[in-house]
Design a protein around this ligand. Structure first.
Ligand SMILES: C[S@@+](CC[C@H](N)C(=O)[O-])C[C@H]1O[C@@H](n2cnc3c(N)ncnc32)[C@H](O)[C@@H]1O
Length: 494
């Protein structure tokens, strides 16, 4: 019987989503209105149901809404919004507990098929392992009941798919945290809530030690290197390993953070994020001595609501966006950076849903923003969004082509954020001809100051002289775009 036929027997409208995790867990999830379901072998389903029954009295227990011999459906949030999985995660109650103990005691609380201290001794040496194990750490963790099933709180969406996190190894007063870190171990996305999360780090350390012991070849070595990074994080700074780093990059990029003797973990970040990166028409190279492995990248997982609030801090007040507008919207912090230095009358020639126009209008030095877009519905959304930021009265919304607008309006500054070519824009090299709006004639005619927001792969060497480039860096240090400025050719009215 095919999995979809098994799920059909549950008798509920459910939509299939593939699971991206290469470890213990169903291949596919089915998600419906307030329901998450999956299927497996009869033995596994029996196991999970028995575990769910054992934990049924616990306040954190997921509720089984239906099951057959090969499938289980669990309740999600009762008001089940568009994304049932997110609703399920959000609705899960969490019991938070703070435990102060030695690293050794903490590690003993994490179920693992290997001896983590012995594995660590092989990876970082006995003396360092002993020092680490003796350290006292205060960690805050979420604890749950013994459940054979999947707990909603550990059900997260990882980059590229749905992450299922089995609780099969959970122990009553212990952690199932080793499964929580599995997506990071497999390079699918980090589910940590913040960078300074000792509970997560300990679980990650146990998982990497297991991987370094049980995996083979490159995978084992990779896990060992990353385990060393975690040990560096958990031990006092002065004992962290330092390596020597040299970066070849475009002259305008300040690389001082990554140059010289820096902690290995930071060097590994630079290797992953920067080495081989096409930036401004050149390729960045990171040289590390002694050589290090970059390790598999694990982008931090962040809930969608958080990502939206990074775009618009007032997202929850009813910001409007269409798919393209959302994809090309500038995160608020970067929009503020783009708006820096703007003054007088400013034309935002490609305003989309308004991120940059709003940032410009919030600057006291800016008298008026003329926000232009070819797309009427996006322009209406920008006007609505500007009202949410109380700056609509400082913006004149103009439906039309930016070429016509700069020909008839007088302005001090022109900001252009041309479409980059959709989600599949060329990450290797982009030049002006590739952009859906050719900025060259606009740059040539406009005499005021100019600010361009361009893809990081844009070859800035092809721009006319006088443009200065800076990287547009997000809150996690990643280079998301280029911000390119040119001063006014001559003062307005001269
Ligand atoms: C990358 S988006 C702008 C995103 C916006 N700056 C933000 O951060 O929210 C580009 C916008 O330029 C508009 N556009 C493209 N060609 C244009 C033109 N010739 N004149 C005016 N707008 C144009 C598109 O409709 C699209 O909304």
């Amino acid at each position: 019987m095919r999995d979809d036929e098994v799920i059909a027997e549950l008798g509920m409208p459910l939509e299939a989503r593939p699971s991206a995790l290469p470890f213990d867990g169903p291949r596919t999830w089915w998600i419906g209105d307030g329901i998450v379901a999956w299927c497996a072998s009869e033995a596994r389903v029996r196991d999970e149901l028995a575990g769910l029954a054992r934990g049924a009295a616990h306040p954190l227990a997921p509720r089984v809404v239906a099951h057959t011999a090969r499938a289980i459906a669990l309740a999600a949030s009762p008001d089940a919004p568009e994304d049932a999985l997110e609703a399920l995660v959000a609705s899960a109650p969490r019991e938070v507990r703070t435990i102060e103990a030695t690293v050794r005691a903490h590690l003993e609380g994490i179920a693992s098929p290997i001896s983590v201290p012995r594995a660590l001794a092989r990876i970082v040496g006995r003396a360092r392992t002993d020092r680490l194990l003796a350290r006292t750490l205060r960690v805050t963790t979420r604890v749950g009941p013994i459940l054979g099933g999947v707990h909603p709180a550990w059900l997260r969406r990882a980059e590229g798919g749905v992450a299922s996190l089995s609780m099969r190894h959970a122990q009553h007063e212990g952690w199932s945290a080793i499964d929580l870190v599995a997506p990071e171990v497999f390079g699918l996305g980090a589910l940590r809530d913040d960078d300074d999360d000792a509970a997560y780090d300990l679980a990650l350390l146990a998982a990497l030690a297991r991987e370094a012991t049980l995996a083979r070849g490159d995978d084992a070595e990779d896990a060992a290197e990353r385990a060393r990074d975690v040990v560096d994080r958990l031990m006092p700074r002065d004992t962290a390993r330092a390596v020597r780093v040299r970066v070849e990059a475009p002259a305008w990029l300040d690389t001082s953070r990554w140059r010289g003797d820096i902690p290995a973990a930071k060097a590994r970040w630079a290797l992953r994020e920067l080495d081989g990166l096409p930036l401004g028409g050149e390729i960045v190279r990171v040289h590390v001595d002694p050589p290090l492995r970059a390790g598999r990248a694990a982008p931090p997982w962040r809930p969608r609501s958080e990502r939206r609030r990074e775009l618009f801090s007032r997202w929850d007040r009813g910001i409007q966006a269409d798919d393209e507008g959302l994809f090309s919207a500038t995160p608020e912090a970067l929009a503020d950076r783009i708006a820096e230095g703007a003054h007088g009358v400013v034309i935002d020639g490609t305003c989309g849903i308004g991120s940059i126009a709003i940032a410009l209008a919030r600057r006291p030095e800016v008298r008026e923003v003329i926000a232009v877009d070819l797309d009427t519905s996006r322009l209406a959304m920008a006007a609505h969004n500007a009202r949410i930021y109380d700056v609509a009265s400082r913006i004149r919304f103009v439906h039309g082509d930016v070429h016509d607008v700069i020909a008839r309006e007088r302005a001090d500054v022109l900001v252009l954020d041309p479409p980059w070519g959709g989600r599949d824009y060329d990450r290797a090299r982009v030049v002006a001809e590739d952009l859906a709006l050719d900025v060259r004639p606009l740059i040539a005619t406009f005499e005021g100051a100019i600010v361009l927001k361009l893809p990081r792969s844009f070859d800035v060497r092809t721009l006319p002289p006088g443009f200065v480039t800076e990287p547009g860096v997000d809150a996690r240090g990643g280079i998301k775009m280029l911000i390119v400025r040119r001063a006014a050719q001559r003062p307005r009215g001269a």
